[in-house]
Design a protein around this ligand. Structure first.
Ligand SMILES: [Zn+2]
Length: 337
């Protein structure tokens, strides 16, 4: 029998063994046994040296072809076993890989907590449009046309003389027109100012404004409400300080400082060593605002306040840069899951 016939006979035997292999392991063994350096194919091919040069060339080429074909047969069979074993290894009772789920944005969370606190104090919630008329954003709130107080709020103007609301107080003007006292509401939402973006200012931010109108409402009611809110948000030991200020829609007006939540009033970097942090603006609703809404300002009085949500979130979570809220950096946002 010629060498080539030996190789062909061996090929048939190997193909049969490949067909009989019942696992990846037995297939690997079979491959090593037949095609390895000490296997029968190698032994047969060692006989090539005894052939004439022509025979050697012809037989060698044919044997190499058979060898390559067997190798690819082994590879193909191994591939089938790998898939089958992977399928067999799949255990549907194992816990799956958890997919990250989204969550509410930190500003949304803080605004929700603020609304929840005020809701618990008896405030209803009202919303209004982002694009507002000049009347509701300014005039109804006692900013007459060309009044210098309008410069306090750098405004984005849009088509048709409308503005992007610079505060959520216009919702107060809208609700005052619709309702009769007692009215106790908060108006949370997005506001817009044409300001240079910095660590402390942004063109868009959020406010929770609130107001109460009834007979005989006084500054003491306002103080009681804000003390209760601030303590529930930052802790019972908190101190509040009311400083005289100016807003067109309140008279008298005040700004409220809280004792520094970090140093408790001793002085630190956060409070610029003053021991106090500015937190909100407030006051008694200006009689003109009530009259503009068709209300008798002799009979009714009211208070109003406005709180910046970003300011509260920055204090609560010791965040130093307002821009972090709007950069959509998942590594920052994920901290507040
Ligand atoms: Zn401090």
């Amino acid at each position: 029998m010629s060498l080539l016939e030996d190789v062909k006979k061996l090929e048939a035997e190997v193909l049969e063994r490949i067909g009989q292999a019942d696992s990846l392991e037995s297939l690997k063994d079979c491959r090593v046994r037949y095609l390895g350096r000490k296997g029968p194919l190698a032994q047969i091919l060692r006989g090539l040296g005894k052939l004439s040069p022509e025979e050697r060339k012809e037989t060698g080429a044919a044997a190499n072809k058979i060898r390559a074909s067997l190798e690819s047969n082994f590879d193909e069979a191994a591939g089938r076993f790998t898939v089958r074993e992977q399928k067999a290894a799949f255990d549907p009772t194992l816990p799956g890989t958890a997919q990250p789920i989204g969550t509410r944005h930190i500003i949304n969370q803080v605004m929700g907590q603020m609304c929840h606190t005020f809701h618990g104090m008896g405030f209803e919630v009202a919303y209004g449009p982002h694009v507002e008329t000049d009347y509701y954003n300014f005039e109804a709130l006692n900013f007459p046309p060309d009044h210098p107080a309008r410069d306090m709020q750098d405004t984005f103007f849009v088509e048709g003389g409308r503005v992007l609301r610079t505060h959520t107080t216009p919702v107060q003007a809208r609700e005052l027109e619709k309702r009769t006292p007692p009215i106790k509401m908060i108006t949370p939402g997005k506001t817009f100012r044409n300001e240079a973006i910095s660590t402390r200012a942004h063109v868009s931010f959020h406010q929770v404004d609130g107001f109460l109108v009834d007979e005989g409402v006084s500054m003491a009611d306002l103080k009681g409400c804000l003390v209760a809110f601030c303590k529930s948000f930052f802790g019972e030991e908190l101190k509040l300080k009311f400083r005289p200020s100016f807003f067109p829609f309140t008279e008298p007006s005040a700004e409220v400082d809280i004792s520094c939540i970090l140093c408790k009033g001793k002085g630190c970097q956060l409070c610029k060593y003053s021991g106090w942090l500015e937190i909100l603006g407030c006051g008694m609703i200006h009689p003109n605002v009530l009259e503009n809404a068709g209300m008798d300002s002799e009979k009714y009085t009211g208070y109003a306040f406005g709180i910046g949500v970003e300011r509260i979130a920055m204090l609560k979570y010791k965040i130093k840069d307002i821009r972090l809220f709007f950069n959509n950096n998942a590594r920052f946002l994920r901290q507040f899951f």
